[in-house]
Design a protein around this ligand. Structure first.
Ligand code: HAM
Length: 428
């Protein structure tokens, strides 16, 4: 019997795990320097948590089950409902603003394909308690900072921004009924994945005539640079003063993000809880799914029984990001931790000192590996030291009887005699 991992999941052998750890470290470093604190929640929740406000798309992709007490549960497909539940439960005890990050693994029963798996990691950045453009732009700045940290520039990834209220007004002006707006958002979100005829058919079902569908499509196809909000206003043809977008526009420039962002009214996001600004990060070359996406969800905490709390955030998955970095050759060669020392014995006296020497170095906090081989062939053992990318080879020979070891700096190629008692100090 040949056992396979379940469809759409991954095994992380040491090389893959080293990259995963490297990426998580980058997520954590960037989150912390922007003032976010780490949180986490359970990997399964009650099914109802996702039925409330995530939208049909995600609910149809849930892995769900019934426990022995007949409770309906689901593996988390996203973190936002957990976060909203956690904030609602302790709203009065938590500081304001709340700035949280997490890096959970999530499961969605999607059809596995490039950029889409059934289990993936997702970095979440969320800021609650602050209204308006400052918080919206601050979370976008965090996403951009991570990309820059990994060597990705605005020529490779763009943040495509829109605003649900503006899109809603356009839809109303095109005579979509108020109770069909959410369906229209869902359709817009799926547009890129649908054949043109199917899109048009579904648009008609929402009450849009042929001419309106055409206008709708033109609107979705247009993008505007930061600083062009006035053109966007003209193209949208709505009375609204677009006040949120005007404030965001100025703030994006202040944060130095103008070249990273474009307005794209075709972005509405699939999840049902977004209320205002929405954005997605897209690779400029190719048509893969978004690297990440998020927006404002000002009503969700209240819906979960908490006080009215403005909220904005995003999620960025590891799969599309890793594909991009691989394609662009931006994955560093060395992502695994590098040993400080590789210790081996050349004589019986040296071998007797091996365990004690290794234990002392490890106690001193040094990343120490040793040879488990019986061989005393220097060339072979040196090769092993180099293969594990150790900084130093520590050679234990008869010198140990005088309390000494030979230490070779593997980068410089220089060898010195070092007192065993001072070995950890020397290696540091
Ligand atoms: P989302 O757009 O569903 O948003 O997911 C965000 C990102 O997670 C996607 O852009 C993608 O990179 C990654 N992702 C999603 N599904 C998969 C999959 N099946 N395989 C690989 N990667 C995937 C949310 O989840 C929101 N809860 C984000 C958010 C946080 N909004 C506010 N705060």
């Amino acid at each position: 019997m040949k056992l396979q991992p379940p469809k759409g999941t991954r095994d992380f052998y040491p090389d893959e795990m080293a990259w995963r750890r490297f990426l998580h470290d980058a997520w954590r470093r960037v989150s912390v320097r922007h003032g976010f604190e780490e949180v986490d929640g359970p990997i399964f929740e009650t099914l109802d948590l996702y039925r409330v406000k995530s939208g049909d798309g995600i609910v149809s992709e849930l892995f769900h089950f019934t426990d022995r007490g007949d409770r309906e549960l689901a593996i988390r497909p996203e973190f936002t409902p957990t976060l909203a539940r956690m904030v609602a439960a302790k709203a009065n005890a938590l500081p304001s603003p709340i700035k949280w990050f997490c890096t959970p693994n999530l499961c969605r029963a999607e059809k596995p394909q490039r950029g889409r798996l059934r289990e993936f990691d997702q970095w979440n950045i969320d800021m609650l308690g602050v209204e308006g453009a400052l918080a919206d732009v601050e979370v976008i700045a965090v996403a951009v900072d991570l990309l820059a940290e990994l060597g990705v520039g605005p020529e490779l990834v763009q943040v495509r921004l829109s605003h649900r209220e503006v899109v809603r007004q356009i839809l109303i002006a095109l005579s979509v009924a108020e109770d069909k707006i959410q369906d229209a958002f869902t359709l817009l979100d799926a547009k890129a994945k649908l054949p043109a005829e199917v899109f048009q058919e579904k648009a008609k079902a929402l009450g849009l005539g042929e001419e309106q569908v055409a206008r709708f499509e033109i609107m979705c196809g247009q993008t505007f640079r930061v600083g062009q909000v006035d053109y966007l206003r003209q193209a949208a043809g709505v009375d609204s003063d677009l006040s949120d977008l005007v404030a965001i526009d100025a703030m994006l420039t202040d944060f130095g993000l103008a070249e990273w962002c474009v307005y794209d009214l075709g972005i509405v996001r699939g999840l049902a809880y977004y209320t205002g600004t929405v954005f997605e990060l897209h690779v400029t070359t190719g048509s893969e799914r978004a690297l990440g996406g998020g927006g404002r969800y000002d009503k969700l905490i209240e819906l979960f029984g908490g006080p009215a709390t403005p909220a904005v955030g995003f999620g960025m998955g590891d799969v599309v990001l890793t594909n991009l970095l691989q394609d662009q050759k931006l994955i560093p060669d060395e992502v695994a931790p590098r040993p400080d020392a590789y210790v081996f014995a050349m004589t019986d006296a040296g071998a007797a000192k091996l365990p004690g020497t290794v234990a002392a170095l490890r106690r001193a906090g040094l990343h120490t590996r040793m040879s488990y081989k019986a061989t005393r062939k220097m060339a072979k053992l040196m090769k092993d030291a180099e293969a594990c990318r150790a900084r130093f080879a520590v050679i234990l020979d008869d010198g140990v009887t005088q309390g000494k070891a030979a230490v070779k700096d593997l980068a410089a190629g220089e060898q010195s005699e070092v007192e065993l008692a001072k070995l950890s100090q020397y290696l540091r």
